[in-house]
Design a protein around this ligand. Structure first.
Ligand SMILES: *Cc1c(COP(=O)(O)O)cnc(C)c1O
Ligand SMILES: [Zn+2]
Length: 487
């Protein structure tokens, strides 16, 4: 029940299949330069335990109060079996709520669905799952003397740097962090996060893809720990999302659909990898459908899968345009080789096509994002992108009445409130291609009756008759605006 270090994690190259030990931080294959995945060379041992026993183990661990098992490492044998529990860094990530949409909203969107609120992670995005894994591994390297200190570095569309800086700061002073952001392409909230965590913050002209090039150059030539999802530890930690969904639905994944926004494609990689592992060990009997969603302004993965014949598909990076799904504004996703490999394996094991990518407009993303939050959700724009994607999938007949859908709200609404503000104030620059729908606009109403000569100010409260008059006039005005009837 309480896991001990086990298995043998190795980096495996997706191109040449070469394997490399984990005592060193690796991001690309030292032989051929391709991306890596972490695999457990002894994974098959997990199949000796029946799936129903694994279910009991996870359900039992849910009742424990052991910090190391409170987060993603509840699924230790699947997340990072080599990591001893005393190296696990848990800052409250994981086990985010899965909230069913109201009957009204489901009716309006045309399918049964839930939001999984990954914005309720500590740095307010799903990136914390991957960072908990990457920094637990770094903590392990430090504790067991493989390294003395580490400068952790990443390029980011905002949320990676927030998560990296947070988890690195917990291990300060042995871990220090630096983040590279595209200048003016992250929201003020996202910028405040790494600054608050004490990271060195560098702003670079250009878009994320340019930052990524710089950070790759740094990680290949200098002694730094790269925390982008090129780092396979990130992927491993993000697999926890799949495990949590499976456990939430009592391991019944029949007719379920998982929708996820796709940027650098690390998250969709992790989703496929996670469900595959649970399927291969008999913990789930069905592989859910997985649908990636991209904006027309950043759609390289969608374009790749437009070609129906797998042997004719060719990957072409695209130039991105401004997107309200800003954290997914990526034209050349680092994890594309992983996606191609895993989607192929996923479809083959399922015996039918189960991985799809749909495309949505910026207008649809913004409208559905606002509609979701008008009905009880705290979805970010990327959650809105998922909902818009589900509506598109219903339209295309991919999703129907037999399905229930889990939408990934990858971050908290508050991180991207500037887009809501631009919508409400009709200030979207033309290149976004978003025009506000009047019925979705909301704005505060200032109540200051013209005939009031005295109103309270900070440090200068009203009293007596002038306070009475103020309260009565303002109440009347509000009652009037709300058309209230006297009791
Ligand atoms: C990083 C991020 C994405 C994109 O995820 P990838 O793994 O890069 O595909 C989507 N939404 C939010 C909020 C993110 O921070
Ligand atoms: Zn290789």
């Amino acid at each position: 029940m309480i896991p001990e270090p086990s298995g043998r994690l190795v980096y495996r190259c997706l191109h040449c299949a070469g394997e490399h030990g984990i005592e060193k931080l690796l991001y690309i294959c030292p032989d051929c330069g391709s991306v890596l995945l972490l695999v457990d060379a002894q994974f098959d041992r997990l199949k000796d335990i029946p799936g129903s026993t694994w279910q009991k183990i996870f359900d039992y661990r849910r009742m424990l109060n052991l910090p190391a098992l409170n987060g993603i490492y509840r699924y230790h044998e699947f997340i990072g079996p080599s990591i001893p529990l005393d190296s696990v860094v848990w800052l409250g990530e994981g086990h985010t709520p899965i909230v069913e949409a109201s009957a009204y909203l489901q009716g309006r969107a045309g399918a049964r669905f839930f939001f999984k609120n990954d914005g309720q992670n500590p740095s307010a995005s799903f990136k914390d799952r991957g960072m908990a894994s990457a920094l637990s591994y770094i903590n392990y390297l430090l504790a067991y003397g493989y390294v003395d200190e580490i400068l952790a570095i990443c390029a980011s569309t905002g949320d990676t740097s927030a998560a990296a800086a947070l988890y690195a700061s917990y291990l300060h002073p042995r871990v220090k962090s630096a983040v590279l952001l595209p200048h003016r392409k992250v929201t003020p909230q996202q910028l405040s996060q790494p600054l608050g965590s004490g990271a060195m913050v560098f702003e670079i002209p250009g878009v994320f893809d340019d930052c990524m090039k710089v950070v790759e150059q740094l990680s290949e030539n200098y002694n730094v720990g790269l925390l982008n999802s090129k780092n396979a530890w990130r992927i491993l930690g993000q697999e926890s999302y799949s495990y949590e969904v499976a456990q939430f639905f009592e391991y019944d994944m029949k007719n379920r659909v998982i929708m996820v926004p796709v940027g650098n494609a690390g998250n969709i990689t992790a989703l496929m990898s996670g469900f595959l592992k649970f399927y291969e060990t008999g913990i789930i009997d069905d592989l859910p459908m997985i649908i990636g969603v991209q904006s027309v302004h950043a759609n390289p993965v969608y374009r790749y899968y437009l070609e129906k014949h797998p042997e004719k598909r060719r990957f072409e990076p695209v130039h991105v345009s401004p997107s309200v799904a800003q954290a997914a504004m990526i034209g050349n996703p680092v994890s594309m080789p992983r996606v191609i490999r895993l989607a192929d394996q996923y479809d083959r094991l399922a015996g039918e096509r189960k991985v799809f990518v749909v495309e949505v407009s910026e207008q649809e993303i913004m409208d559905w994002h606002l509609v979701a939050n008008r009905h009880g959700h705290v979805s970010c724009t990327h959650g809105g992108e998922c909902l818009a994607g589900m509506v598109a999938a219903v339209r295309q007949g991919l999703v129907d009445d037999s399905h229930s859908v889990v939408l990934d709200s990858t971050a908290h609404a508050l991180k991207f409130s500037n887009f809501q503000e631009m919508y409400f104030e009709n200030r979207f620059p033309a290149e976004y291609e978003v025009s506000p729908k009047p019925e979705l606009i909301n704005a505060p109403v200032l109540v200051h009756p013209a005939d009031l000569d005295a109103v309270p100010e900070s440090g200068k409260p009203l009293a007596g008759e002038s306070l009475d008059r103020f309260v009565s006039r303002v109440s009347d005005e509000i009652a009037n605006r709300l058309d209230l009837k006297k009791v």
